[in-house]
Write a protein that binds this ligand. Structure first.
Ligand SMILES: *Cc1c(COP(=O)(O)O)cnc(C)c1O
Length: 365
């Protein structure tokens, strides 16, 4: 312990302007009081849940998408396909597809809703710089669903020479299983890393869910670890009650969309409803079928976070860690803040930081 004036031997003390002395005295007094105060200790302890970020935002091209596109382009080359097509929402999958097309010298067309072209302009420039052709989709809500519909139409027409690189763990078989396996590198690495660092498995896995690829990639390698709780965070948009959201698992019903049966947002006539989220990558009225299954068997829990909560999460992580998350990933961050009271002391939590937020600065700032 230092002496009364804060010296450790020769060192320490207070070498500051006189004006700060009052504040320092005040702080010293408060700290002396709090040190033995049960409430202070409890408040402090609650922050001691250890939260690890699985940093997919550090991947080449800025999100987890490249895990999948790299594997799919190799398949395309093996099948003799000369052209790649893809849908994109936030533009991250478009950029990752354009990147691997450039790497392997394939031609590349990316379908993107007009609305997303506006809100993710930076990624449109990146795709073009990588030599891809970005095709604007003006139908429907001009977002991800419409882009995927157009990409499927293109594929039907050009299937002989074209491979469709689906960007998430959805679509017809074998995509959900295949993309899940390609993204499982996230969970396999996380499992190894946490065992090395903490010598035990995590208590919670948390990830945002659009189509569900980053989440299933994190969850799947822990499927048999029954004590590891899995939480998928969907976009509640303006609130579930408003009808303007993307929570297919939280508020949807069984149905078929884009080639597979899963939980989807549909009206009373079975027509697909418009989704909404401030995060372009979550703005989709369906979800990968494996999540619908995990929900049904109770293996994972699915919650939702509003646009406003996500924007707050975006700022929170930026402020406390200096890490700017993608607005999609910010949903997972925001959930942790919201649910902090339910997370026990000394819990280990792994959050998938699916991507970085440079693309969103203009929308969120
Ligand atoms: C595409 C994307 C998502 C949503 O897709 P999932 O398949 O649900 O993972 C989430 N975060 C980021 C950063 C994305 O680019």
């Amino acid at each position: 312990m230092p002496d009364k004036t804060g010296h450790f031997g020769d060192f320490g003390g207070r070498f500051v302007p006189e004006t700060l002395i009052y504040a320092l005295d005040e702080l010293a007094k408060e700290y002396a009081r709090a040190k033995h105060d049960k409430k202070f200790i409890r408040d402090l302890n609650y922050y001691l849940a250890k939260i690890y970020l699985k940093r997919e935002d550090l991947l080449h091209t800025g999100a987890h998408k490249i895990n999948n596109t790299l594997a799919q382009v190799i398949l395309a080359v093996r099948m003799g396909k000369k052209r790649l097509i893809a849908e994109t929402g936030a533009g991250q999958h478009g950029v990752a597809t354009a990147t691997v097309a450039a790497l392997f010298g394939l031609s590349c067309d990316i379908y993107m809703g007009q609305e997303d072209i506006h809100r993710q302009a930076l990624n449109v420039m990146r795709m073009k710089l990588l030599g891809a052709n970005v095709i604007s989709v003006g139908t429907g809500t001009q977002t991800l669903k419409d882009a995927m519909t157009q990409a499927l139409r293109d594929w039907v027409t050009n299937v002989r020479n074209t491979h469709y690189v689906i960007g998430t763990a959805a679509g017809p078989h074998p995509y959900p299983e295949m993309v899940r396996n390609f993204q499982s590198v996230i969970g396999k690495e996380a499992r190894k890393q946490i065992l090395k660092k903490e010598k035990r498995l995590p208590d919670y896995l948390v990830a945002c869910v659009g189509g569900g690829s980053n989440a299933i990639g994190l969850f799947y390698p822990f499927f048999n670890d029954k004590n590891v709780k899995m939480i998928g965070v969907e976009a509640a948009g303006l609130g579930l009650a408003s009808g303007k959201h993307s929570a297919s698992l939280g508020a949807g019903a069984s149905g078929v969309l884009h080639g597979s049966k899963s939980k989807i947002l549909e009206d009373q006539f079975g027509q697909i409803k418009n989704a909404h989220s401030v995060a372009a990558g979550l703005d989709y009225p369906g979800v990968g079928p494996e999540h619908a299954y995990y929900q049904q068997i109770g293996r994972a829990k699915y919650v939702s976070i509003t646009d406003q909560e996500a924007l707050d999460g975006f700022k929170l992580l930026s402020l406390i860690e200096g890490i700017i998350p993608a607005l999609e990933s910010a949903h997972a961050i925001a959930y942790l803040k919201k649910a902090r009271k339910t997370i026990k002391k000394n819990s280990l939590v792994i959050v998938c930081l699916s991507g970085r937020g440079d693309k969103d600065l203009h929308e969120s700032y």
